[in-house]
Design a protein around this ligand. Structure first.
Ligand code: SF4
Length: 83
């Protein structure tokens, strides 16, 4: 993954990195929408999301998802594993 980070869309000089760690993750927050738009065009989105899920990243938008959205995926995966 480390070499892949060089391809991260959020590393571009004109991207506001603060958008990825907004004060509020509400869907209507323009910062959240801006960060998600960057993630949608990112060539390593899947790897980024997998990394964040594996590490249980508690903050920030990773792979286009908010902490709440990542928690939902982890919860669903856990539930499916116990069936
Ligand atoms: S998916 Fe989003 S947060 Fe992850 S590396 Fe790409 S632009 Fe950055």
């Amino acid at each position: 993954m480390s070499t892949q980070w060089t391809q991260a869309a959020c590393r571009a000089a004109d991207i506001d990195s603060e958008s990825f760690f907004p004060l509020s993750y509400a869907a209507g927050n323009p910062q959240v929408q801006a960060a998600k738009a960057v993630c949608r065009s990112c060539p390593i989105r899947s790897a980024c999301l997998a990394y964040a899920l594996r590490r249980g990243e508690p903050e920030g938008i990773w792979g286009g998802l908010t902490p709440r959205e990542r928690r939902d995926i982890r919860d669903k995966t856990r539930q499916e594993a116990t069936r």
